[in-house]
Write a protein that binds this ligand. Structure first.
Ligand code: SF4
Ligand code: SF4
Length: 189
């Protein structure tokens, strides 16, 4: 056996050289700011553009924005959206979604559905904690989607601003598509 190598190994063992090497690394990192978070006690700040749980939004007067056009359903690459719509009897030409489902277990959080929506009725929030023992609860229905939209409205708005889909103020309101208000025919016409 090589005598030099044996001697080196002997001194490494006697002087605990490997342990000192490891301690050097430990001490060096003791003075660094920790990179990790003690989740769930500590949570990191989520950026506005974060793609979390989807929610449905209303206009400021409480009216549902969704017009049941199905564009989000068509844009979804995972086929996890189902919209059922019908005409609003009181407002001819205007439609609304009677049922709306998103199977969040299939969602890949790509945001295509939000981009496809012509009235910004859908938005993503910063919600990411919806793990459950019951997979059936992850089929979000219209009521749950509106609840998310109402509860995390600020997140949803920030998401739309961060993705340049909506701006604050009158200018953005002008470009949002509203269905025309039906004009009542006068008896003479
Ligand atoms: S985020 Fe993407 S995968 Fe999820 S529902 Fe929207 S379009 Fe479908
Ligand atoms: S959420 Fe938007 S894209 Fe989807 S059906 Fe409603 S209005 Fe159309």
């Amino acid at each position: 056996m090589n005598t030099t190598l044996t001697t080196k190994k002997f001194f490494d063992a006697v002087l605990f050289r490997e342990i000192w090497k490891a301690m050097k690394v430990t001490f060096r990192h003791m003075f660094h700011k920790p990179m990790t978070f003690q989740y769930p006690r500590e949570k990191r700040t989520i950026p506005d553009a974060h793609r979390g749980a989807l929610g449905l939004l209303r206009y400021d007067d409480g009216k549902e924005r969704c017009v049941g056009c199905d564009l989000c359903e068509a844009a979804c690459p995972s086929h996890c959206i189902k919209v059922i719509s019908e005409e609003d009897k009181s407002l001819p030409l205007q439609r609304y979604a009677t049922e709306f489902y998103i199977d969040i277990t299939k969602c890949v959080f790509c945001g295509y559905c939000v981009e496809a929506c012509p009235v910004n009725a859908l938005a993503m929030t910063k919600v990411y904690e919806f793990s459950t023992h019951d997979k059936r609860t992850l089929l979000f229905d219209k009521q749950r989607l509106y609840e998310i939209g109402e509860r995390y409205l600020e997140d949803a708005k920030r998401y739309l601003y961060a993705h340049n889909q909506e701006k604050e103020g009158e200018e953005s309101r002008a470009y949002r598509y509203h269905f025309p208000v039906p004009v009542e025919k006068s008896p003479e016409s």
